[in-house]
Design a protein. Structure first.
Length: 589
């Protein structure tokens, strides 16, 4: 009897089980469908972010590319349906307050390295419920899916401004030995082949850090800021730079001789940081990418020497000139502001300031010379000539990233420095020197200082097809006036005003035995002859022409070559790209 009452129970349980299975299957199908829709939407967002980051951001000039249009076109190509929505914008990826997590910050007011794409689409939330709604058993339900992707394509470039060191010839070596040796407080006797070798060599920042760490400097090899902030000795830094140079680039150069020459460095500043020479501009999350950048070995060597001597007057010994009549010469150099090598992002920041800016050296140069004008010991001139050269700069304007079929293009804005030439002192003594002379001609100028004006920012373009093109060929910006230092000195000499002071009385009064008798005669002669000499325009013109020739020779043979070796030409600026890194776009969030 009891068994009869249980008939059909298994059928009910089977029906309930089948219903549960159907519900679970519906949930699995709905969940899988929503997961696949989300994955498809995420793939669309990823591809749109990658493609738009490749063609915009750091790889295009601000305002030249519509990132929204780029991302939307990519999304349509990759399957975003017509009812799908997409929003794209530029910004920067940086680290949060904890320093561990990346965050995207929208910023369309300055150069940005990242693109964020947010794609969304509304789809049915449940197929089962929506089928039931067709038969009036409910209302259709929908859910909005959203996918976000952030892609970044970096465009880091390194540039130097004012470096003319690659144009070395046989006449440059002695002058460069005296200049660089004086800056480093040692004696150098390197030939032009050695200088040309180190001028053509590059130093990788990561390799430089490895050499410094091996030398005992406390730094973190994975951090560019640790490298730039490390406190190092001048000799330590230069030796590490030589060791880090690619041996294949300095083939045929006696590096052992160079190391030996730099072993006895004695500069006023014992220590410095690499950050005083190299500036890196990039967000915190991307700064360490600059460790892969290269800098020129001779640029680094010269900049280090100049930083070490900042604000210290330096006498440059051993200089000889092919200027007729120069009997003695003293040259002093003072570094007002050292040069910098810049590595970083293009464009300007939110404050309108250039992000990546390389400065040339700013110096004051003084030359004091004694000149025998007639080479007979009869007419002796004392010349004190000064030149102050203001800093020029080159700014990284934009980078157009290349690809397999086209070269990368780097745009630079450059501003040449302005030089000022001053005649501090000029005097000529006739028939004698020191305290015993017949007459003294003092020279004044109607213009105490002549400024060589330079123009505003000028545009330069560099095409970089491959790493073999680095460092690039030097490009020069120049004043349209064609001003040069020699021309400035010549202009200054045209404003010379001469006055003659006779010393007849002084000479006659010192005559043995009869000096007391001749002294009144000397006084009379000084008055009469002095007035006559000052009225002789021809004599004044003759002396002016002779002095102008000496001044121009000092400028063209001494000051101008010295400034060129420092990477300075008045009214001109040499710019080159020393490194360029434009890796492919990558998803960062």
């Amino acid at each position: 009897m009891f068994g009869k009452r249980q008939r059909g129970a298994i059928g009910v349980l089977a029906a309930l089980t089948l219903l549960l299975v159907l519900i679970c299957m519906a949930l699995v199908v709905d969940t899988g469908r929503l997961y696949l829709e989300q994955r498809k939407l995420q793939r669309v967002a990823d591809m749109a972010a990658l493609e738009s980051a490749t063609q915009s951001g750091m790889c295009a000039a601000p305002g030249s590319v519509d990132v929204q249009a780029l991302a939307l076109a990519s999304a349509r190509r990759n399957g975003l349906p017509d009812d799908g929505r997409l929003v794209a914008g530029l910004g920067d990826v940086d680290l949060d307050a904890s320093g561990r997590q990346r965050v995207f910050r929208a910023a369309n007011t300055s150069w940005n390295d990242s693109v964020r794409v947010v794609a969304s689409r509304t789809v049915p939330s449940s197929l089962l419920l929506n089928v039931a709604a067709v038969f009036g058993a409910g209302t259709p339900t929908q859910v909005t899916l959203q996918a976000q992707a952030v892609a970044r394509r970096q465009a880091l470039a390194g540039l130097s401004a004012g470096s003319g060191l690659l144009r070395l010839d046989s006449t440059s070596s002695p002058l460069l030995n005296a200049l660089l040796g004086g800056l480093l407080g040692t004696t150098l006797n390197l030939d032009v082949v050695t200088y040309q070798g180190i001028a053509g060599a590059n130093v990788n920042l990561l390799a430089l850090g490895e050499q410094l760490q091996a030398a005992g400097v406390d730094l973190d090899l994975g951090s560019v800021d640790s490298l730039l902030d490390a406190d190092v000795g001048v000799a330590q830094l230069l030796q590490a730079a030589i060791d880090a140079a690619d041996a294949s680039q300095v083939a045929g150069v006696n590096l052992a001789l160079l190391r030996s020459a730099l072993a006895s460095i004695k500069v006023p500043s014992a220590n410095l940081s690499l950050g005083q020479i190299i500036s890196v501009v990039a967000p915190d999350s991307a700064r360490d990418a600059a460790l892969g950048a290269d800098v020129n070995l001779l640029d680094l060597l010269m900049a280090t020497a100049l930083v070490a001597n900042k604000e210290h007057a330096l006498a440059i010994p051993g200089l000889t000139l092919n200027v007729p009549g120069v009997t003695s010469l003293t040259v002093k150099l003072r570094v007002i502001s050292p040069p910098t090598i810049a590595i970083g992002y293009p464009g300007k920041n939110a404050n309108g300031q250039w992000r990546t800016l390389a400065n040339s050296v700013q110096v004051a140069l003084n030359a004091v010379a004694d000149v025998d004008l007639l080479k007979l010991g009869l007419v002796n001139a004392h010349v004190d000539l000064g030149a102050t050269v203001a800093q020029g700069y080159a700014a990284l304007d934009s980078v157009t990233c290349g690809g397999a079929w086209n070269a990368s293009r780097v745009a630079v804005k450059a501003q040449p420095g302005v030089a000022a030439v001053a005649l501090n002192d000029l005097s000529v003594k006739l028939l004698g020197n020191g305290q015993a002379y017949l007459a003294k001609v003092s020279v004044n100028t109607s213009k105490g200082t002549v400024a060589l004006e330079a123009p505003g920012e000028q545009a330069l373009t560099f095409d970089i097809a491959s790493p073999a093109d680095l460092p690039s060929a030097v490009q020069r910006v120049q004043s349209p006036l064609g001003a040069s230092l020699a021309a400035g000195i010549a202009s200054l000499s045209q404003n010379l005003q001469l006055s003659v002071e006779l010393n007849t009385q002084g000479l006659l009064c010192k005559a043995p035995l009869v000096g007391w008798l001749l002294c009144p005669l000397g006084k009379l002669l000084d008055g009469v002859v002095g007035g006559l000499v000052n009225s002789l325009a021809d004599l004044t013109s003759l002396l002016t022409q002779a002095l102008a020739s000496v001044l121009a020779s000092l400028g063209s043979q001494l000051i101008d070559p010295l400034l060129q070796l420092l990477g300075i030409q008045t009214g001109t600026l040499d710019v080159r790209i020393i490194d360029l890194r434009t890796p492919g776009a990558a998803l960062v969030i």
